[in-house]
Design a protein around this ligand. Structure first.
Ligand SMILES: *Cc1c(COP(=O)(O)O)cnc(C)c1O
Length: 464
């Protein structure tokens, strides 16, 4: 499989180049030349496979430049770190299915991609005799998942900026108790926006970018999306069998449009008769719900909510959907993204809205509704939802229409104990492995809110 840019000016990339480059040189995102559509027979052959076998088999459709044995070893190594044998178990709660994606080392679904990406990068770098320094900023979840993805990996160092004293207690513990030499936690005396501004400014300074061999592992990397396709298949097989039904709906709590785009790819591969539609759930940062319901993709201010990992206005993976929506027309996407950069808004016609609604149903869920949903699930079923998952469940329940409903659980409730305790009206006990972190030694470097201070740190510690 070759890869190309959504903006039409780059093509013929191999899978390895796609992973190492992250973003296309024409400013677009990288997508496969073709999304394979599986036959009935191919699909049924996948049904009995274990999670790892399924992942390996599906990856071979998209990866043709890594020997099969090596690819298989990478997959198996990546999911060994999960606490659940099934990796992403599906549990029935009331009459909905919860797809638990939070059994990885940092208790959130980002582990599913980042555990694989860490192993994959180490493999690709070793083969090519390269080294990289990963630079990123985090408001919490992505940082810890990236740290656990690359800790101890050869030829990779990671520099993760977070706002000093402004991430949750648990998120901070998860990041700073990782003592591996290649992990550098930099607590910046400023806000998350300050951290992002520093990272952006260093990436834009091309001589520094080159000198420090900098790269990013953000969610636009194709290797972040590919592993997320697997669990849609895995859940589809379990739930369609239990319900004896061919057509299901998935509800996906959405921020950057990454997870739901993986669902879109799975739907193209499996067919619309299997995944009837995807339910796009947002919190009060509702740009994507406005897009689906009214054709209004216009940026407003980001509002902080109790589901912070979805407090996003510009969804970086949205461009990938536009590319397929306009039948893989790179020029059209390029023009739209230019308009968007200027006007901070895109508008879609009635006819286009209708077409979008053949793929997605969407709803924005308020703070109050999110808390109520957590409370109700706890009262009725004794099951505790995290706030992100609750957004997805609430939206999903609005669009049943007789279809079995699978709701993606993107984080473990233990990551958000204050909100969850408030919702269920009693203190929420942390699981053992989180409690344990409190007693571990930690390492963090506090730096002023200053680009030069971060550059000086890189000059000292980047691997070259
Ligand atoms: C990142 C994240 C999301 C949003 O996922 P996208 O791929 O950005 O849409 C939802 N829930 C949790 C817990 C997350 O960490």
């Amino acid at each position: 499989m070759k890869y190309r840019s959504t903006r039409g000016k780059v093509e013929g990339l191999s899978f390895s180049e796609t992973v190492l480059e992250g973003m296309a040189e024409d400013g677009g995102l990288i997508v496969p030349e073709e999304i394979p559509v599986l036959s009935e027979k191919e699909i049924e052959e996948l049904r009995p496979l274990s999670y790892q076998e399924l992942a390996f088999k599906l990856f071979t459709y998209f990866v043709d430049d890594i020997p099969k044995d090596n690819l298989k070893a990478l997959v198996y190594a990546s999911y060994q770190t999960f606490r659940a044998k099934e990796v992403t178990p599906v549990v029935k709660v009331g009459d909905v299915y919860i797809l638990e994606l939070f059994h990885g080392p940092t208790l959130a679904f980002k582990d599913i991609a980042l555990q694989f990406l860490g192993n994959l990068l180490e493999y690709l770098l070793e083969k090519r005799g390269l080294k990289v320094n990963i630079l990123g900023a985090t408001s919490g979840d992505t940082g810890s998942a990236a740290i656990y993805g690359v800790k101890g990996k050869k030829n990779i160092a990671l520099f993760m900026l977070h706002p000093h004293k402004r991430v949750s207690f648990i998120q901070e513990l998860m990041m700073t108790t990782v003592l591996d030499e290649n992990i550098h936690n930099l607590a910046i005396q400023g806000t998350f926006d300050d951290c992002q501004a520093i990272v952006k400014s260093i990436f834009m300074d091309l001589p520094s970018k080159k000198k420090f061999r900098l790269t990013a592992v953000n969610s636009i990397n194709w290797a972040r999306l590919l592993p997320q396709i697997i669990y849609y298949f895995y859940a589809y097989f379990r739930v369609s069998e239990l319900e004896k039904k061919k057509s299901l709906r998935f509800s996906v709590p959405t921020g950057n449009f990454g997870d739901i785009f993986a669902g879109y790819v799975a739907r193209r591969m499996l067919g619309k008769e299997r995944i009837e539609r995807l339910i796009l759930a947002t919190n009060e940062n509702d740009i994507l719900a406005r897009f689906v319901n009214a054709g209004d993709y216009s940026v407003r201010n980001v509002k902080p909510t109790i589901s912070p990992s979805m407090d996003i206005q510009v969804a970086s993976n949205f461009e990938r959907y536009l590319y397929y929506f306009y039948n893989e027309n790179g020029e059209k996407v390029r023009n739209l993204m230019q308009t968007f950069a200027k006007e901070k808004a895109l508008r879609f016609s009635e006819e286009e809205i209708k077409r979008v609604q053949e793929d997605f149903l969407a709803r924005s869920v308020s703070e109050e509704e999110t808390l109520q949903c957590i409370a109700e699930f706890y009262r009725r079923y004794g099951y505790v939802l995290d706030p992100h998952t609750a957004v997805g469940v609430k939206a999903g329940l609005s669009f049943r229409d007789g279809y079995p409903l699978v709701c993606l659980a993107t984080a473990h409730p233990a990551k958000f104990p204050e909100t969850v305790s408030k919702a269920i009206g009693q203190s929420f006990k942390l699981p053992e492995e989180v409690e344990r972190l409190k007693y571990l030694p930690h390492r963090v470097e506090v730096l002023p809110n200053d680009v030069e201070a971060v550059k000086a740190y890189l000059a000292r510690w980047a691997i070259l």
